[in-house]
Design a protein around this ligand. Structure first.
Ligand code: PBE
Length: 299
């Protein structure tokens, strides 16, 4: 058994050791009296990002710049890697900062908060648009009609996303939602006739929100008689594909800001069918147990 004096000695040594190892971030006087290690130290100055093509990554890079977060690194990865890191940290109550967005199942699964963005770098709330290739209306008028009428809410999307997050296959989760929401689905298919195996290819990026929406619209088109291919691509190729006609459509245009670059780059080479979901949000997200509130606290 450890003697009490040994314990005390160890504690003292540890304290001295930690104080000696501490960087200038742990000092007391010249940082306004903060005595604890900074948030930056606690997360190794890393913001856990997603795929580099995401508008969220560009917005975060801009935030790092505008808030003067010179020491910080934005880590590239994927949505899946980001949520895996979040889960790992959250389960151990460790600090973590991720790039996040709404709608997303992580807000239902964990107690999280957006960091305030007083400079407004992440922009206002926006919408998700359906984007079709030129000529789709003539070539596949019934699919075009459905895509044009596709419209749902963040709550609808949340149901599908939570199903997938809890282990359902995306196709199953989408089919389940379609089965239980015949009213909504019949509004989308209103005026569209059945077809006989016409082919349609929808592009999407493996963002959790878009996995949900694309599988749902894919299921509705399949039920209408289309032979549907859902093609997972990166963000750039998704926009390029619709512009060059190799993809028929996508339901993943975050506008007006998140995908503004892609929109401008290909303007005139696609058809914007308007909003399919309203009320999205982007930003830096942390577990609610972290003691910071604003991006400014990262400096
Ligand atoms: N997202 C989800 C995407 C759009 C959909 C916010 C990660 C992006 O940042 O481009």
């Amino acid at each position: 058994m450890m003697k009490k004096w040994m314990f005390l000695l160890l504690t003292a040594l540890l304290t001295i050791g930690l104080a000696a190892c501490g960087s200038d971030k742990t000092t007391t006087e010249d940082d306004g009296g903060k005595t604890e290690a900074s948030v930056g130290d606690s997360v190794d100055y890393k913001i856990i990002g997603i795929d580099p093509g995401a508008g969220l990554m560009k917005a975060t890079a801009k935030a790092v710049d505008e808030y003067g977060l010179d020491e910080w690194k934005l880590v590239e990865g994927s949505s899946a890697a980001m949520t895996a890191s979040l889960k790992k940290a959250y389960d151990k109550k460790e600090p973590i900062i991720v790039t996040g967005w709404t709608p997303h199942w992580m807000f239902a699964q964990y107690d999280l908060k957006y960091l305030e963005d007083p400079k407004g770098v992440f922009g206002e709330d926006e919408s998700i648009h359906t984007i079709a290739r030129k000529g789709l209306k003539d070539d596949l008028p019934d699919a075009y009609k459905v895509l044009d009428q596709f419209n749902w809410t963040p709550d609808d999307m949340g149901v599908v996303m939570n199903g997938i997050a809890n282990g359902d296959d995306p196709e199953e989760a989408a089919a389940e939602w379609v089965k239980e929401n015949t009213d909504k689905v019949s509004e989308w298919t209103n005026g569209a006739s059945k077809v006989d195996g016409d082919k349609i290819t929808l592009g999407y990026v493996a963002w959790d929100s878009e996995i949900a929406s694309t599988n749902v619209i894919g299921k509705v088109l399949t039920d209408l008689g289309y032979k549907v291919t859902l093609l997972q691509v990166e963000a750039g190729p998704m926009w390029t594909g619709v512009a060059d006609g190799s993809l028929d459509a996508h339901v993943a245009g975050w506008l007006p800001s998140t995908h503004a670059d892609y929109y401008k780059k290909y303007e005139g080479k696609f058809e914007d069918l308007g909003e399919n979901l309203e009320g999205t949000k982007l930003g830096l997200v942390v577990p609610a147990y972290m003691d910071i509130d604003s991006i400014e606290d990262l400096k």
